[in-house]
Each structure stands twice: as structure tokens, then as C-alpha cells.
Write a protein that binds this ligand. Structure first.
Ligand code: FES
Length: 103
């Protein structure tokens, strides 16, 4: 269980404590409306796109090839981009902060 904060596009911080699962699952279960998760978490839509805060990039790690292929097709991605469904919130990531990207 860990805490994660989603910063929405209007700057609102939504913090969820004692969370587990993927960032997409946590966001959709807790009213972060800008994360949709349209494909159900199978790395096929980009509606769970988030940007990891720079200080967390090393701990979160890089996208696998299939995820990176999806991100490469999306506008507005950069080196901080991850698909939320592919990032599991582990205890190591307690306190993680991510920026939500507009749909
Ligand atoms: S929910 Fe579709 S790629 Fe993450």
C-alpha cells in the first residue's frame, strides 16, 4: 500500500493513501476523471497517459517496448510519459506524484 498524488490539468491535487494496483486503476476508482482507461489496461489506447514528476523517473522506470510504441503514436508525449495502466504502485513508490495529461 502506498500514497499517490494525481495533479489534474487545472492544478487540483488528488491524493490517495493506502492505494494499490496500477495508476490507471487507482485513478479511475477515485474520481480522477481525466484518466479514462478505455482499453481496460491492456496497453491499447493511451487514455491513461500520465507524466511522472522528474524526481520519480528513476524509481518508476522506463516503458517496455509495447507501451513505448503506443506512446510514440500519441501527441504530446515526452520522456516523462507513461501509460498509467502499466505502472503498478508498489511500496517503493510511496509518495509518487504524477501529472494527468488532457484526453
Ligand atoms: S488503459 Fe488503455 S493503454 Fe492504459
Amino acid at each position: 500500500m502506498a500514497k499517490v498524488t494525481f495533479v489534474t490539468t487545472d492544478g487540483t491535487e488528488v491524493s490517495i493513501s493506502d492505494a494499490n494496483g496500477s495508476l490507471m486503476e487507482i485513478a479511475t476508482a477515485n474520481g480522477v476523471d481525466e484518466i479514462e482507461g478505455a482499453c481496460g489496461g491492456v496497453c491499447a489506447c493511451c487514455t491513461c497517459h500520465v507524466k511522472i514528476r522528474p524526481e520519480w523517473l528513476g524509481k518508476v522506470g522506463k516503458a517496455e517496448e509495447a507501451e513505448q510504441d503506443m506512446l510514440d503514436e500519441e501527441d504530446g508525449t515526452d520522456e516523462r510519459s507513461r501509460l498509467g495502466c502499466q505502472v503498478e504502485l508498489t511500496d517503493d513508490l510511496d509518495g509518487l506524484v504524477v501529472d494527468v495529461v488532457p484526453l
